[in-house]
Write a protein that binds this ligand. Structure first.
Ligand code: ADP
Ligand code: 5GP
Length: 211
């Protein structure tokens, strides 16, 4: 049976390791397409326009919203972040699984528009380690880190909306777990309605034909 691509949403507290996990997942397996978001936040050292994000101005972002060029967008700690529509639609059509690494408000908007989307939440093994990773990344000021931890506390209230949580303790183990969950998700009946309908019709013809 040929699978259609599914939309996979990956959320998690800042510093939980989403970016690191997604990079590894797409390196190790062929069928994933990682969507690149647009944002108004400034690039971090080492980030490149068109690789981690499309870094754009607030005006350009608002223009994209007006043109219906984003399938979802949200504000997060004083910046806009959004998912460009074209790439997602083209990749899904080509049968690839498209990964959106986005925060919770965006995740819930995706669930409404794409009921078969799979929602995954990456958790740190504990909060000490989360703070350690966020500080260790060395890309944010202590004030920004505090804001992101406060935001994590808010996001923790919404985790029940997700289909699975995955704990990012050992990186490699977590990548394997994510991949296995995605493979299994392809095989749920509600993601295979067309195939099931086809078999039902064939059975019907067979049974009636043999009467
Ligand atoms: P996020 O995208 O969720 O904000 P990052 O991928 O930037 O998080 O990871 C935050 C920091 O934690 C980075 O410095 C990264 O190298 C580190 N990290 C990610 N996963 C692990 C892990 N499993 N074990 C140890 N450190 C990790
Ligand atoms: P960061 O600034 O650490 O790269 O990202 C901050 C938060 O914004 C993360 O939770 C990340 O998942 C989220 N994010 C990144 N891109 C998008 C997007 O296109 N839409 C939404 N809703 N959130 C995004």
């Amino acid at each position: 049976m040929k699978h259609k691509g599914i939309l996979i949403v990956v959320s998690g507290f800042s510093g939980a390791g989403k970016g690191t996990l997604m990079k590894k997942l797409v390196q190790e397996y062929d069928n994933y397409a990682l969507s690149i978001s647009a944002t108004t936040r400034a690039p971090r050292a080492g980030e490149e326009d068109g690789r981690e994000y499309f870094f754009i101005t607030k005006e350009a972002f608002e223009q994209k919203i007006a043109e219906n060029g984003l399938i979802e967008y949200a504000r997060y700690c004083e910046n806009y972040y959004g998912t460009p529509r074209d790439y997602v639609e083209k990749q899904l059509e080509a049968g690839r699984d498209v990964i959106l690494e986005i925060e919770i408000q965006g995740a819930l908007k995706i669930r409404k528009q794409f009921p078969t989307a799979l929602l995954l939440f990456v958790m740190p093994p504990n909060v000490e380690e989360l703070k350690h990773r966020l500080t260790g990344r060395g890309t944010e000021t202590p004030e920004v880190i505090d804001r992101r931890l406060a935001r994590a506390a808010e996001e923790a209230e919404g985790i029940e909306e997700y289909d699975y949580i995955v704990v990012n303790d050992d990186l490699e183990t977590c990548v394997e777990q994510l991949h296995e969950i995605i493979l299994a998700a392809h095989n749920t009946p509600f993601r295979n309605e067309e195939f099931i309908e086809k078999i039902r019709k064939e059975l019907d013809v067979l049974v009636k034909g043999e009467k």
